[in-house]
Design a protein around this ligand. Structure first.
Ligand code: GDP
Length: 139
């Protein structure tokens, strides 16, 4: 289903390094409207479920350890073509490959500690949004 919404998390590395404000500014400047937002810390179970698609990958345990290591800022963003445009704004998974000016180029420190999550499809945006937010928290 096409929703013009995507889901994001500012990851524990970027929260710890003090980049919440700068990242939200980039998101606003790029024309995204914030329709839900909260600071929260995922449990191990949450992180394992959220990244279940990567369960067989060699980096899975490290990824889960990283994602539960501190709070994240979760948000739902609205804009025409939100999923694709947000993936462009955040840049490649590995910051070494990310375009100049992208959030990961600016704030990520490694392929794992890459500052921010962005949904990869409209279907996953909806699943991930509902994973983190109750209906009454979405505006
Ligand atoms: P994304 O859609 O760009 O976030 O990338 P993926 O869905 O492929 O991977 C999910 C997350 O797993 C990434 O954002 C990274 O935090 C982490 N990750 C991806 N590839 C690697 C890797 O090769 N090593 C490690 N340690 N983490 C990785």
């Amino acid at each position: 289903m096409k929703t013009n919404r995507t889901f994001t998390m500012i990851k524990p590395d970027a929260v710890e390094n003090g980049h919440i404000g700068a990242i939200l500014a980039k998101i606003n400047e790029a024309g995204f409207k914030i329709v839900a937002m909260k600071m929260t810390q995922m449990s191990r179970r949450d992180a394992q479920l959220f990244y279940a698609i990567h369960a067989e990958r060699p980096f899975f345990q490290n990824l889960v350890d990283f994602m539960v290591s501190g709070p994240v800022v979760a948000a739902i963003l609205e804009k025409e073509n939100a999923v694709a445009d947000f993936r462009t704004l955040i840049g490649a998974t590995n910051p070494a490959d990310a375009e100049d000016g992208t959030i990961r180029k600016l704030f990520a420190t490694s392929i794992q500690n890459n500052a921010i999550h962005g949904s990869d499809s409209d279907d996953n945006a909806l699943i991930e949004s509902e994973f983190h937010f109750a209906t009454r928290e979405i505006f």
